[in-house]
Design a protein around this ligand. Structure first.
Ligand SMILES: *Cc1c(COP(=O)(O)O)cnc(C)c1O
Length: 460
């Protein structure tokens, strides 16, 4: 046994190997030394258990693999074959090429982020996407922060801290990821006043709740759930009218917030930011990376005097938006202004992909598997299925798609194996089968998707 310990190469011997010298040049002493020590420790433990000393060659192989792992990003690309377009766990909206380029530009050179070039002194970062937002929505003013949850907390803090906020019981929602309207309200120092019932709330309910302590009327988009049947909620215009009468501002958390109508795409109507502004709300907030199809951001739009107060509140510093985000948002908004959203913005490209095109891709996928390649117990088929928008927009809404389905391997086992490929393939399981939905798979990923599936299925 001790003999085996003696056979184990020394640290110096390992470091003098040409292959390890190359690793040192690539990754630096710190990482390589840590890897060398880790590999030698593992081998010593094995010897102590009665194993053999590793050869220099085997140690180098392990070292190389360990270093590849050590320097690979934890954030890795995956193939989204779920058919859920705005998948929060998979990073929500993909950015348009124009937005990616804008981010790259903003990252690679100094910019006038907070610098007024005319005056030669400090400017404001909040000017950058604001004009486009106003142009697109008709809002008087706008400001962008880190995300919509931050936008809601900030706006509530500014508009209603220490005051009562009137909201319908039907809108005390939990969006997911810890965003619960009552908790957000507490965080902002506002006092929640719920009115109406779970299914029916009228303007008169809000009106009755108003007193000298009332600071705000709030409307929150239901996002991820629907109430159907015997239901009623006042329209925004009705709330705005009440606001006008009482002098109490009205705010709406629109959640996804779209700039273009969803109806032409065969979906239900998702309220647009423009509609909120026209209805007369004082402040509306929305996410940058849901239906807008841009970077993670919180958009706050509305009346100038409230936006000015928001911009001056100390909390905005904690929710500050990054230059690369502002650049990507600006580029995304330009696509809307040029009426190219469905051509350029991935969320809208995916929503607007015609069924025939999805059928064609699914057929092409299937055609790449030769029957001879498949183990006898595995079978592939094309199946009518439904893609969803996700991201808390359009709950219960879906778009027809054609999915490639794999049967013959237990679905959860197969899904787990597909998640272990490089890049991992994330699938949907429906009717006890693994489904691959082409709607959310990038065409550039088609070949690797097929190759990885073949490898997994081949192994059974
Ligand atoms: C998604 C959502 C939020 C949270 O927005 P983030 O951009 O994820 O912070 C808040 N409110 C509603 C209604 C939402 O749908």
């Amino acid at each position: 046994m001790t003999n085996e310990f003696r056979k184990l190469p020394s640290v110096d011997k390992l470091l003098s190997q040409p292959a390890v010298q190359t690793l040192l040049t690539q990754h630096g002493t710190l990482l390589v030394m840590a890897a060398v020590r880790a590999e030698l420790t593992i081998n010593r433990d094995e010897i102590a258990q009665g194993g053999l000393a590793a050869t220099v060659e085997a140690l180098i192989d392990n070292l190389t693999a360990r270093l590849v792992e050590a320097v690979s990003p934890t954030l890795q690309p995956v193939i989204n074959a779920t058919g859920v377009i705005i998948h929060t766990n998979l990073g929500r909206a993909l950015l348009s090429e124009r937005a990616q380029r804008a981010m790259q530009h903003a990252a690679s050179a100094y910019s006038n982020l907070e610098y007024n070039l005319d005056a030669g002194k400090r400017g404001s970062r909040y000017v950058h996407a604001a004009d486009l937002l106003c142009q697109l929505t008709g809002a008087e003013s706008a400001v962008v922060v880190n995300n919509n949850a931050g936008a809601v907390i900030l706006a509530l803090t500014v508009l209603a801290q220490g005051h009562e906020v009137v909201i319908s019981r039907s809108q005390l929602v939990e969006i997911g990821g810890g965003f619960r309207v009552p908790d957000i309200m507490t965080q902002s120092g506002a006092k929640l006043v719920e009115v109406g019932t779970t299914n029916r709330t009228y303007v008169r309910d809000y009106e009755r709740a108003i007193n000298v302590d009332t600071g705000l009327l709030l409307s929150v988009h239901h996002s991820n759930y629907q109430i159907t049947g015997f239901t009623a909620e006042p329209t925004l215009a009705e709330l705005a009218q009440l606001s006008h009468k009482t002098g109490i501002p009205v705010m709406e958390d629109l959640g996804s917030g779209t700039l273009i109508d969803t109806v032409p795409f065969g979906l239900d109507h998702e309220p647009t930011i423009q509609e909120s502004i026209i209805a007369g709300v004082d402040i509306v907030t929305a996410s940058g990376d849901k239906l807008l199809g841009g970077p993670q951001a919180g958009l706050i739009l509305g009346k100038k005097r409230f936006i000015d107060q928001i911009k001056q509140h100390p909390l905005i510093r904690a929710l500050r938006v990054d230059k690369t985000t502002l650049a990507a948002l600006h580029a995304t908004l330009l696509a809307y202004l040029e009426q190219k959203a469905t051509q350029e913005i991935p969320v809208w490209q995916m929503i607007s992909t015609p069924l025939e095109q999805l059928v064609h891709r699914a057929e092409q996928w299937q055609a790449q598997f030769s029957a001879a390649h498949l183990p006898s117990h595995v079978s592939l088929a094309l199946s009518d299925s439904q893609s969803t928008v996700g991201g808390g927009s359009l709950p219960g809404q879906s778009m027809p798609t054609k999915a490639l389905t794999i049967t013959g391997i237990a679905p959860h086992k197969l899904a787990a194996q597909l998640r272990q490929t490089t890049p991992p393939i994330i699938t949907r399981i429906g009717q006890d089968r693994v489904l691959l939905d082409p709607r959310t798979v990038l065409p550039t990923q088609d070949q690797i998707l097929i190759d990885n599936c073949k490898a997994i299925i081949g192994q059974g």
